[in-house]
Design a protein. Structure first.
Lengths: 296, 301
């Protein structure tokens, strides 16, 4: 291990200046973009720990009156952020779990067995990924409204979860399908010889083997559902039901009257923090998941 | 196979049933709805009044809807050129052997995982702010007083402010698609070209570009699909419910069917359905054109 590290260090120290010089314009362009991104996020973070008067005085980055962590406490307590946050968490976690339980078996069957409907289902799922949400939202709303459950908080939460699951089924299934097709069939053959029934083989052997694909697609689903806006806006008609994205929008509207800018920036940070933290730890996995799912 | 039949049915049923409920049924019903005048989305079918293609005709003779279509077309075309150019440029730079590639790649992709509402708020309340904005302090530091005083969010500038902020968030995703394509090109091709004396620009023009046709198609498709759903950014950039400079079809549809909107006098869910159809047809049309134009994909990677 140590030897490997030494070797890498040596490799790193040897800079080919001629080559680096050639790449300078490239470095510059990328650096400008990256610095801008840092400034944008860094300033928002600073503003969320500042006060409204300091922000307006242009002293956001100097913290003349110290760090104001109470902005977070206030935003969390007063403007329903806690409710929005726990709603988003519940929606995302339950939907992600259901998606895996529903899509993994479907993807496995589609990747392994030949039957007439197989091609039809796959084509249907792939096409659905390009269907604009406007194409499906009206009838869905009509059906749900006619069921008369939009006044019932728990039932509406159930409907929202069903919708989040539904719109992500095509993507999740196709992603896992590609994953399962890359796993060798020899495992199932061996299990069959040992007398293991196919369904048991799937849950005991294939499902655990697909773990890394399942994790990747779950991260994507989590981020997608956490950030989902349009369906939530239409179906979540009260603060008790709203997830963070829609809740934040409502807060922005009311902020125009209260003028608590520091609190608003704190709310913005609360909204993007969960996906941001996920990303810090899992960016490599997320990125490889995107590029892996794309066929040129 | 008999044993498997039970398994196939059991494993597929939940996914397929939910898919039929959430996609197939609504799509068919939206197609039907677009041909009727419907006072409320919740109305039963016997209350619908058949108008044929009337909804489409009416939409295309409504000035505000035409504005919305024109806006989304501009976002798709101009934003598309900006995003495709920048993302390809970044992808080429990052795959050219620079240091810290993984780090830069992660930072450039970062905006994609941030909620669009949060991201748009950052731009609106910080970057474009006329009181403590990033652009204001940047231009002030450079001594460009008149640029610093530009009201970025007034009617004249708002569309471009919106477009640039949106593009900033989209570049990372498309860059990753380009990169995956570039990384699949065999390095031997570049080595051979280097031996033959080709410079960086020539290598890009004669090797990278032609081999990226398929990836380009993927990029355009993805860009088109996200443009058709364009909504959050417009909603956040509008102070009033109908801001002509940033209005897009999805927003118009939302006002028409769900929300109170000052631009909407007669409620008709049929319009909403028709807008859904129009957007879907645009996606299909662009997809078909792309497939026709970029057909000769003999250079499989």
């Amino acid at each position: 291990m140590a030897g490997k590290n030494m070797k890498e260090k040596k490799k790193r120290e040897k800079i080919n200046w001629k080559k680096e010089l050639k790449l300078t314009p490239g470095y510059l362009i990328i650096l400008i973009w990256v610095i801008f991104t840092f400034m944008l996020l860094g300033w928002i973070l600073a503003a969320s720990l500042s006060t409204t008067s300091d922000i307006f005085a242009g002293n956001t980055l100097k913290f003349p009156s110290g760090l104001h962590f109470e902005n977070y406490a206030k935003a969390w307590g007063s403007s329903n952020v806690a409710t929005f946050f726990s709603n988003s968490l519940v929606y995302s976690l339950i939907s992600c779990t259901l998606l895996i339980l529903i899509c993994a078996p479907a993807a496995y069957v589609l990747s392994r067995f030949k039957f007439i409907a197989n091609k039809v289902i796959q084509t249907g799922f792939v096409s659905a990924m390009g269907v604009p949400i406007t194409m499906i939202v009206l009838p869905l709303f009509g059906v749900v409204a006619n069921l008369g459950i939009l006044n019932n908080v728990l039932a509406t939460k159930g409907v929202l979860i069903l919708l989040y699951v539904g719109i992500n089924i095509p993507y999740t299934t196709i992603f896992l399908l590609t994953f399962f097709s890359n796993i060798s069939r020899t495992y199932e053959e061996a299990a069959a010889i040992d007398g293991c029934p196919p369904m048991k083989t799937f849950w005991r052997i294939m499902f655990p083997m697909a773990q890394s694909g399942i994790v990747t697609v779950t991260i994507f689903n989590f981020i997608n559902i956490w950030n989902e806006y349009f369906l939530s806006l239409i179906f979540a008609n009260s603060d008790e039901l709203r997830p963070v994205a829609v809740g934040l929008y409502g807060m922005l509207q009311s902020m125009q009257y209260t003028g608590n800018w520091a609190g608003m920036f704190a709310a913005v940070v609360i909204v993007f923090l969960p996906t941001f933290i996920l990303y810090i730890f899992l960016s490599e996995k997320i990125i490889s998941g995107i590029t892996g799912g794309i066929k040129g | 196979m008999k044993k498997n039949k039970g398994m196939i049915v059991a494993f597929l049923t939940p996914a397929v049933v939910i898919f039929l409920i959430v996609f197939l049924y609504p799509i068919i019903r939206t197609v039907m709805m677009s041909l009727y005048k419907i006072d409320s989305v919740t109305d039963a079918m016997d209350l619908w009044e058949f108008v044929g293609l009337g909804n489409f005709q009416k939409l295309f003779s409504t000035a505000i809807f035409k504005t919305a279509m024109y806006n989304i077309l501009k976002i798709w075309a101009i934003g598309g050129v900006i995003v495709m150019t920048l993302s390809l440029l970044f992808a080429v730079i990052l795959t050219s052997g620079i240091r810290g590639k993984k780090f830069f790649r992660a930072i450039i992709y970062l905006p994609n995982i941030v909620s669009a509402v949060a991201l748009a708020t950052m731009w609106l309340q910080y970057v474009y702010s006329s009181k403590f904005g990033l652009l204001k302090s940047f231009f002030e530091a450079l001594g460009l007083k008149s640029l610093a005083a530009t009201p970025w969010l007034d009617t004249a500038h708002k569309f471009w402010a919106l477009l640039f902020a949106y593009c900033f968030g989209m570049v990372g995703y498309h860059m990753l698609i380009w990169m995956s394509g570039i990384e699949r090109i065999s390095p031997e091709l570049y080595e051979a070209a280097t031996i033959d004396g080709a410079n960086i620009v020539q290598k890009f023009r004669y090797i990278t570009l032609p081999l990226l046709k398929g990836v380009f198609k993927t990029n355009i498709t993805m860009w088109t699909v996200s443009s058709a759903a364009f909504f959050v950014w417009s909603q956040l950039f509008s102070n009033v419910t109908a801001d002509k400079s940033t209005l897009v079809p999805v927003q118009y549809m939302y006002m028409h069917t769900f929300g109170a909107g000052n631009a909407v006098t007669d409620r008709n869910a049929g319009y909403g359905a028709a807008i859904g159809i129009i957007l879907s047809l645009c996606v299909v049309l662009i997809f078909t054109i792309c497939n026709k134009l970029l057909k000769d994909d003999d250079l499989e990677l």
